[in-house]
Design a protein around this ligand. Sequence first.
Ligand code: GDP
Length: 137
Amino acid sequence: MQKTLSIIKPDGVSKKLIGEVICVFESAGFRIAAMKMKWLNRAEAEGFYYVHRERPFFPELVDFMTSGPVVLMVLEGDDVIKRNREIMGATDPAEAKAGTIRARWAGSKQNNIVHGSDSEESAKFEISHFFSGIEIF
Ligand code: GDP
């Protein structure tokens, strides 16, 4: 069984989409192995998006990710990393396939409701950034 990190970003929480997003994940057969709500500070958001630190949108992205609470989840399932990315849709909602989370609810390329790890390596790093072993069931 594979694990991935999912985040319902501040826009998803403020739009009251926590339940909808969790419903999509559970309907897809993913198991929620860990979950918590947290208001990230700048160090936590910058560390999480470290790979994007040179990108021009990095400061804006950190402002967004620290603008309100997020819901952090570890999802478990067969091939969950790839399947979750498919269910989320493309980064830019204008390019996301119909029916995906981002096509349905995202407002912009930045404010795109959810994060999902994009590889086994990033899933490992991202899960350990937010969860200790005893918080994952
Ligand atoms: P993801 O894996 O689909 O989330 O996309 P990336 O890893 O490429 O980017 C990480 C996050 O940065 C995205 O989910 C967006 O919230 C944000 N982002 C990506 N591209 C842009 C951009 O061109 N402008 C802004 N403001 N934010 C962006």
